[in-house]
Write a protein that binds this ligand. Structure first.
Ligand code: HEM
Length: 456
């Protein structure tokens, strides 16, 4: 029996009644897909192989000696919670369409990947999502990348040492085209934040019973079927048991200074005063900096970051239809679109992202998000979210504007904002905030099953 990816019940991964196929699936699935792996320090390597036999042998060695399974990761997480025992580092691999070709798979074979965006590669999909043309990307991303290797841990030295070993093992014929370094940032409450200063990574589709059980579910059901992120691995020995996931990687630079200026100008134009000025940024993101959802209640202090909300009773007078979290997850529909986000922030800065410093001290570039997400369809999930939702000023309600955080394309229509939370009075139509997130390059990958990698 093939694993039923559409089963609506979250996976009780260590239950005695778990069938053999699902067990085999977990033993052959890479970690960080079903559940985020610790990756406070993250090394991202972009590799090109150039020799079929050597490329295959390299990946096989990597899988056999350095990579653990999803099941091992889940067991380690449980051991850490119960006994504080540290887990092992994460090593993950994604292969691009060009990479599969270079590893000896024919053009016909590669058609087994159902996803058109994956088969095209990101450089040929710029028109589909309004990306800047590839000639404007950073040089490494203009090149033909065959594989991405992700190395993550909470200890920077562990990551550095493992990176050394993995790079040293590259065969003569292969090239390390480039690399990125990611590092978590946290606010004083200990929650992970992105460079604009907002809590990030809170809302995720959850696939495991352990994770679902911990969440309140009055207004939002965080449980999702595996079909949101897993597909059969077409080249694995047994695709009914061996699964993989499409991985989108995008280096998104953030102009923090411009974003903070946008927040201030919006607060001024709406006449927001005192603590209510924080609402300007929340109108853009859909959550306050501390993660409090704008739709559910005015900002409250302390407590865990809520994710148990929806927009059913919000006609846009609390949280605008354009706000980033409302665009990318409208909640009352589109559940099949939601990806598992596994990004990490990059770039160093001297200021504290969460404090009240003026925009002048904020970085204008060289910091941002290494956006990564697992999908079962890049076309229907990542690209659909970016293009049909974030880039469309008319998604849900005509004329409400682009996603202020990630929307790409001309922001040529004017928009209005609620002047007071939950009240019908709207501002005069005004220009949308400027674009402050810029794609520097990226690629689409497939994170294959360990069974595939071990059999190369
Ligand atoms: C630099 C770029 C980005 C920034 C600064 C950013 C920031 C944020 C923040 C602060 C949140 C709220 C935290 C949470 O609910 O987990 C969030 C949520 C989210 N973002 Fe982004 N994001 C970026 C890029 C993207 C991209 C490229 C996509 C997809 C095309 C995306 C999709 C989502 C989704 C699906 C959610 C969860 C919404 C929900 O379930 O409520 N983000 N993002």
């Amino acid at each position: 029996m093939p694993v039923d990816l559409n089963n609506a019940q979250p996976l009780a991964w260590d239950s005695a009644t778990l069938d053999a196929d699902t067990k085999a699936m977990l033993d052959n699935l890479q970690p960080n897909i079903l559940r985020a792996h610790v990756r406070d320090h993250l090394s991202v390597l972009f590799v090109r192989f150039n020799d079929v036999a050597e490329g295959r042998a390299y990946l096989r060695r990597l899988a056999v000696t350095k990579m653990k399974s999803a099941r091992k990761h889940l067991q380690e997480t449980r051991d850490f919670t119960a006994r504080g025992r540290r887990g092992s580092p994460y090593v993950g691999v994604g292969i691009s369409k060009a990479g599969y070709r270079d590893l000896g798979h024919s053009v016909e074979d590669v058609r087994a990947f159902g996803d058109k965006a994956f088969r095209d590669g990101m450089k040929r999909r710029t028109a589909e999502v309004n990306d800047p043309p590839a000639e404007q990307w950073e040089w490494v991303y203009q090149r033909e990348i065959h594989a991405v290797i992700l190395i993550g841990d909470d200890d920077t030295h562990t990551v550095a040492a493992l990176r050394e070993e993995i790079v040293a093992d590259l065969p003569e014929s292969a090239r390390l085209l480039g690399e990125e370094t990611g590092k978590s940032m946290r606010n004083p409450a200990g929650d992970g934040i992105e460079h604009f200063g907002y809590v990030d990574g809170r809302s995720q589709p959850l696939f495991l019973k352990d994770d679902v059980d911990k969440e309140p579910k009055e207004h939002w059901d965080p449980a999702f079927p595996l079909a949101n992120i897993l597909v059969q691995d077409p080249f694995a020995p047994n695709p009914d048991r061996h699964h993989g996931s499409y991985l989108v990687f995008r280096k998104l630079e953030q102009n923090v200074r411009a974003f903070k200026e946008n927040e201030q100008e919006l607060a001024d134009s709406l006449g927001l005063a005192g603590a209510d000025r924080d609402r300007a940024g929340a109108l853009l993101v859909g959550r306050f900096e501390d993660g409090t959802p704008l739709t559910s209640k005015p900002k409250e202090v302390g407590g865990p970051v809520s994710n148990d909300f929806n927009f059913d009773t919000d006609d846009g007078t609390k949280c605008p239809f354009s706000a980033h979290v409302r665009k990318t997850n409208p909640r009352s529909f589109g559940r099949e679109v939601l990806m598992a986000r596994r990004g990490q922030t990059y770039g160093d800065r001297d200021d504290q992202p969460w404090d009240d410093s003026p925009p002048e001290v904020r970085p204008r570039g060289d910091v941002g998000l290494l956006f990564m997400a697992f999908n079962s369809s890049l076309v229907d999930q990542f690209e659909f979210t970016q293009q049909s939702w974030a880039n469309s000023p008319d998604f849900q309600v005509a004329g409400t504007g682009h996603d202020p955080v990630i929307g790409q394309g001309d922001r040529d229509i004017k928009v209005t904002h609620p002047t007071a939370w939950g009240k019908p009075e709207m501002s005069e139509p005004q220009a949308q905030v400027t674009q402050t997130v810029t794609l520097k390059g990226g690629e689409y990958f497939f994170a294959p099953s360990l069974a595939y990698l071990r059999n190369l």
